[in-house]
Design a protein around this ligand. Structure first.
Ligand SMILES: NC(=O)c1ccc[n+]([C@@H]2O[C@H](COP(=O)([O-])OP(=O)(O)OC[C@H]3O[C@@H](n4cnc5c(N)ncnc54)[C@H](O)[C@@H]3O)[C@@H](O)[C@H]2O)c1
Length: 251
């Protein structure tokens, strides 16, 4: 699916959607760079990639920190000398509270990771790919970037921003061999969702019922979409915000 020795980067790769995406890139034949602020689980994730027979580099990095983001991309250039695919996946949900009760600290934190941090990564990736004249990037948005969710104002604002950032950059680089798309998952069973539902069966059932398919999605369903979008199979697809949501936003 990918050219030999293609290199893919996944941020927030220590667990959840990011981990599964790193493994899916490896299964599709890519060497994988994994970045996360959790070093212990990040190294374990890299070992899982190596077990699939691909090269893996784990780089501890907080995407909200410009210096760490710059160092991450420098390490990719030094180690591999190229970057063919990137999935900017690192994100946080922040605190659940209606807008009038959303603290400035919570708002700033969510924006600094989900939107500003993603921008910092995206800018470095575009500089590398611009010099190569090729590459594909998937930014992890959410259905919360397409429709509103009460109690998550900062999260919704950040994910809406990710979609618009993706569209703007997609137009800028469309003629230069670089494709950019956003993926918008519905509720996917990960630690993030478990923190919100507290794994309470009644709450999980309510979350499932938000989707016409009446279930939550799996990490594999998102990961496979990301890898497809980054692959040559999606060669004419750019600037899209693709919902992976069991039909939620089709209602
Ligand atoms: N799970 C869902 O239902 C769902 C739905 C829509 C969108 N998303 C998005 O998908 C992405 C992954 O979600 P998930 O459910 O796997 O989350 P998760 O909380 O299970 O995992 C997130 C990973 O990102 C890492 N991370 C968080 N902040 C970071 C930072 N500042 N720098 C580097 N790494 C950081 C964490 O250490 C963790 O390994 C997020 O952007 C999230 O907003 C998730």
């Amino acid at each position: 699916m990918f050219a030999q020795d293609s290199v893919a980067l996944v941020t927030g790769a220590a667990t959840g959607i990011g981990l599964e995406t790193a493994l899916a890139f490896a299964r599709a034949g890519c060497h994988v760079v994994l970045a996360d602020r959790d070093s212990g689980r990040g190294e374990q994730a890299a070992a899982q990639v190596r077990a699939l027979g691909r090269r893996a580099l784990f780089v501890p990095a907080d995407v909200a920190d410009p210096a760490q983001v710059e160092r991450l991309h420098q390490e990719i250039a030094t180690t591999f000398g190229r970057l063919d695919a990137a999935c900017n996946n690192a994100g946080i949900e922040g605190e659940l509270a209606p807008t009038a009760d959303c603290t400035l600290e919570n708002f700033d934190r969510v924006i600094s990771v989900n939107l500003r941090g993603l921008f910092l990564c995206l800018r470095e990736q575009l500089r590398m790919m611009r010099d190569q004249g090729s590459g594909a990037i998937v930014n992890m948005a959410s259905v919360a970037g397409l429709v509103g969710f009460a109690g998550l104002p900062a999260y919704c604002a950040s994910k809406g921003g990710v979609i618009q950032l993706t569209r703007a950059a997609a137009l800028e680089y469309a003629e230069r061999g670089i494709r950019l798309n956003a993926v918008c998952p519905g509720a996917i069973k990960t630690e993030m969702i478990d923190r919100i539902t507290h794994e309470d069966p009644a709450t999980e059932k309510q979350f499932a019922a938000l989707h016409p398919m009446n279930r939550m999605g799996t990490v594999a369903e998102v990961a496979n979409t990301v890898v497809w979008l980054c692959s040559p199979l999606a060669g004419f697809v750019t600037g899209q915000a693709l919902a992976v949501d069991g039909g939620m936003v089709a209602r």
